[in-house]
Write a protein that binds this ligand. Structure first.
Ligand SMILES: Cc1cc2nc3c(=O)[nH]c(=O)nc-3n(C[C@H](O)[C@H](O)[C@H](O)COP(=O)(O)OP(=O)(O)OC[C@H]3O[C@@H](n4cnc5c(N)ncnc54)[C@H](O)[C@@H]3O)c2cc1C
Length: 236
C-alpha cells in the first residue's frame, strides 16, 4: 500500500514510519543498542483490603523477594500493587513484570507475550495461596499487549537531552510538556539484588558498565565504552 502525504507524524512508538522510509535511527542505548526492559501492567480484584496490614505487606515483600532471587518469578518490584489501589474497592494495579528482549522483533514479542502472561498467572497464584486478603482474588484485567518501553529513536534535526527535560526547556515549536521524571528500567533485564532503575536505585553486585567507577556513560566516547564492554564479554 502506498500512502501519500505532505507531512507524516510518526507516533508508532517504534519509529516505524521513519524506519521503513529509510531514515537514520538509533536503537536503545547509544553505545550497545540495549533497550529498557519490557513490562506488563495488570490488575487483581476481589482483595479483602481489611486483611492487608503493614505486617502482611512486609511479609509478602520478603517472600516475593525470595521468589525473585530464586528465579521463580521475574519481578523487579516486590510491592503488593505497583501503583497501589485502583478506584474500585478491592482492586490493585501491579507493575512488577520484567522481560528483556527486542520490542521490534516479532519472535521476541511473541516470547514476551507468553512469558509475561505465564508470570502474571504464577504471581497471582502465589498471592492467592499465600497472602492474607488474596484468598478470593482473581485477575481482573490484562492489557491487549505487553508494554514496550524502548526501541528505535529517530535521528532527527534535534535530539532531546536529559537536561532539556530536567530544565523544562521550551522551544518555539513545542506542542506539549511531559512532567514525568526520567527513569531507565534495567536494560540488562536484571532483578536480582533488588535491581530496579538505572543506576539510582541499583544495588547489583554483578558487573555493570553504568556503575563502573571508571566510566561515565555521558562523558566517555562510544569507542572507549565498547572497548570496556569487550573486556567484560560474557557478563552481559
Ligand atoms: C509497563 C510500563 C509502565 C510504564 N509506566 C509509565 C509511567 O508510570 N509513567 C510514564 O510517564 N510512562 C510510563 N511508561 C512509558 C509510557 O507508557 C510511554 O512512554 C508512552 O506510552 C509512549 O507513548 P507513544 O505515544 O510515544 O507510544 P505508544 O503508547 O507505544 O503508542 C504507539 C501507538 O502506535 C500504534 N502503532 C504502532 N505501529 C503502528 C502501525 N504500523 N500502524 C498503526 N498503528 C501503529 C500502536 O498500536 C500504539 O497504539 C510505561 C511503559 C510501560 C511499558
Amino acid at each position: 500500500m502506498k500512502i501519500k502525504g505532505k507531512i507524516f507524524i510518526d507516533a508508532t512508538g517504534d519509529a516505524d514510519i521513519s524506519y521503513f522510509s529509510g531514515f537514520e535511527y538509533i536503537k536503545g542505548r547509544f553505545f550497545d543498542g540495549k533497550m529498557q526492559a519490557i513490562g506488563c501492567v495488570f490488575k487483581i480484584a476481589g482483595i479483602d483490603e481489611n486483611k492487608i496490614t503493614e505486617k502482611v505487606v512486609e511479609e509478602a515483600q520478603e517472600k516475593l523477594k525470595e521468589l525473585g532471587e530464586k528465579g521463580a518469578l521475574n519481578i523487579y518490584n516486590q510491592w503488593l500493587g505497583g501503583k497501589g489501589r485502583t478506584i474500585r474497592n478491592g482492586e490493585r494495579s501491579f507493575n512488577v513484570m520484567r522481560f528483556k528482549e527486542d520490542g521490534t522483533d516479532i519472535f521476541d514479542l511473541t516470547k514476551g507475550e507468553i512469558f509475561l502472561r505465564d508470570q502474571i498467572y504464577k504471581y497471582w497464584k502465589f498471592l492467592k495461596e499465600n497472602i492474607p486478603g488474596f484468598e478470593n482474588s482473581y485477575i481482573s484485567s490484562l492489557p491487549e499487549n505487553i508494554g514496550i518501553r524502548e526501541t528505535r529513536q529517530i535521528k532527527g534535526l534535534y535530539t532531546l537531552t536529559d537536561l532539556d527535560i530536567i530544565n523544562g526547556e521550551k522551544t518555539e515549536d513545542s506542542i506539549a510538556r511531559g512532567t514525568y521524571w526520567i527513569y531507565i528500567h534495567c536494560v540488562l533485564g536484571r532483578i536480582k539484588d533488588n535491581v530496579h532503575l538505572c543506576p539510582k536505585e541499583c544495588s547489583t553486585k554483578e558487573y555493570c558498565i553504568a556503575l563502573d567507577k571508571n566510566v561515565s556513560v555521558n562523558r566517555v566516547n562510544v569507542k572507549e565504552i565498547q572497548k570496556i564492554l569487550e573486556k567484560q564479554e560474557g557478563l552481559y
